[in-house]
Design a protein around this ligand. Sequence first.
Ligand SMILES: [Ca+2]
Ligand SMILES: [Ca+2]
Length: 378
Amino acid sequence: MNHMTDKKQQGIALITVLLVLSLATVAAVSMTSRQQLDIRRTTNILLIEEAYATLLAVEDFAKRGLIEDAKQSNTDAFNDFWASEEIQKQAIPVGNFTLTEFYVEDLQGRFNLTNLMDANGTSVDTNHQSNFRRLLNEVGLPASLVNASIDWMDDNANPTGNDGAESDMYSSLEKPYRTPNTLMASASELFRLHGVNLTGLQDSNNTNREYRQKICMMLLGDELVCGISTQPDPVTQQVASLEKNLLISLPERTPINVNTVASPAIYMMLVRGLSRADAEAIYSDIQISVKDKDAKFTNSNGFWTHPKIQNLNPRFPESERVEISVSSNYFLFRAQAINKTNEDFVVYLNTIMKRTSNQGAATTVEVVRRSFGKAGEI
Ligand SMILES: [Ca+2]
Ligand SMILES: [Ca+2]
């Protein structure tokens, strides 16, 4: 009987030893894989830091370029070197990355949502209100977005017109929110507006989806980011082409630079009654200014007295003109840092810059907003 107990105890000891051994093995394996994860994580952090540092360096280079540009001329147009496609195509290897896809855009070629409010940010600028309505109509977006944008920004809780939307409208949603009642920090706040926001069951609404894609293209101008197919439609054989880069929200009111408009639609927005064909004719004039330095507008009057505008019948009244310019202060700079060994490792930089050139004083360029990470974010 004792003999049996001894054997049983030996058996238990053996099992215990095996158990301890297997636990130790599991611990060792998990420590090793944890260590590998740590190494991986640290490597990634170092790589991202490196990408940030190189992108910031190239951003600084862009700032210097804009300062240099201000010395060369008092106007900003498509024949300025920052708009050159040669710059965009450059690829600069730095450390573990290749810096590429450089993009500089004059943001004053877009409609600035801040212009909807007067300088105090309290009452509505009715000329810009009409302009925005024309622009939305031109791209097939609902006009109600005009008053919804105003209510989003104005400091009261009274809906503007028949189609405005204040907090009452948004507080009844499945995920309720309120209007900020201040200027938009980013134009992407448009996606929260009544008429295009996601409202539970309506998420599958195709009209809503189409509106959101249009707004996305007007903000970011990137088919891939906006989920727009670049394949021809099986029925119409046409590739979806939506108006790009028409909207922005800047921290202050800005005139539209008529030399760098994002699309003929901006001219149609500025001038009531201007046809698409005439807007395209003016637009092609500023495009050829890349070769012909004299084709750009050298002052605002040059635009208003352009034959296509001056000869409109009925005439476009002066009282409906908004402030325009032939030079700009706000620019968008984009770049990508692509890892040399892993092309899927891409860090994006999107920076909104403000250039100020005061008489006599040195020109400065400061960063207004900067985002790392997502493609196209502004
Ligand atoms: Ca209001
Ligand atoms: Ca409001």
